[in-house]
Design a protein around this ligand. Sequence first.
Ligand code: ASP
Length: 306
Amino acid sequence: MNWSLMIHGGCGAMRPDRLPPEQEDRARVGLSAALDAGEAILASGGSSLDAVEAAARVLEDNPAFNAGRGSVLAADGRVELDAAIMDGRDRRAGAVAGLATTRAPVSAARAVMEHSPHVLLTYAGADRFARERGLDQVANDWFITPERRAQLDKVLAAGGAFDADIKYGTIGAVACDMAGHVAAATSTGGLTAKRWGRIGDSPLIGAGTYADDRAAAVSATGLGEAFIRAVAAHELAARIRLTGARLQDALDAVLADVGTLGGTGGLIAVSPTGEAAWGFSTPGMYRARASAAGREVAVYSEPERR
Ligand code: ASP
């Protein structure tokens, strides 16, 4: 069977003339390291669930991406982390939102799936659960980088409005293993200057994250509110399951629908036969894929290979 892994590190207004080369390099190196982690598992016959968790953890720990360390800041200057994971075999799922001290949100989501009777835990209760499960705890400051602090100050100075250079830095991973099972994981700090306990699409099963062996595994990035209203990840899988749509066609249709709701963003998806697709409506998306056929790391919309 073909294994397949696809990851994203968010999308946004990246253009070759606007993205500083060192920032692009940091992202490419980070994506490549995450591919390594997932590929090592899939190529040796491991499960898609283990692979998406491993790839997501590498991206969470990398400050170049808006997840885990290096997450964007909420309006009060703190970091609130959201994540979800889903197993396509039986549609078991786990998610966390508003974490403040758990170092690996995606692993907290997996613990919710495997060690609680629930699907979604939030805020202090979610951190408490993760701590009780023995997951690493850190001070909230540990997640904060000077770049994100400056970004928040800029957004607050502009009255809290999102700027045109916004980059949705959420990370995600989807995989199909040699047994033909799919899994998806997404992790994020959400949107800069978020308030009032705002939660986006990433930890909402069906919106930013979904996996179903009958169709596909999906992870999203972009304006969460639009992806929630489109129930984007589930919609993509449902189109395949109910209409027999091709993976790429289903993905493109959902992205267009998100667009009609005023949202931009990107999606990655793999099918249980190992087919993989990505798409985005922003100028660029940090993304990478690996399979037995090779690897690709890309940032802009034009085809590129490294
Ligand atoms: N989708 C995420 C959210 O709305 C943001 C992102 O993709 O960076 O929380």
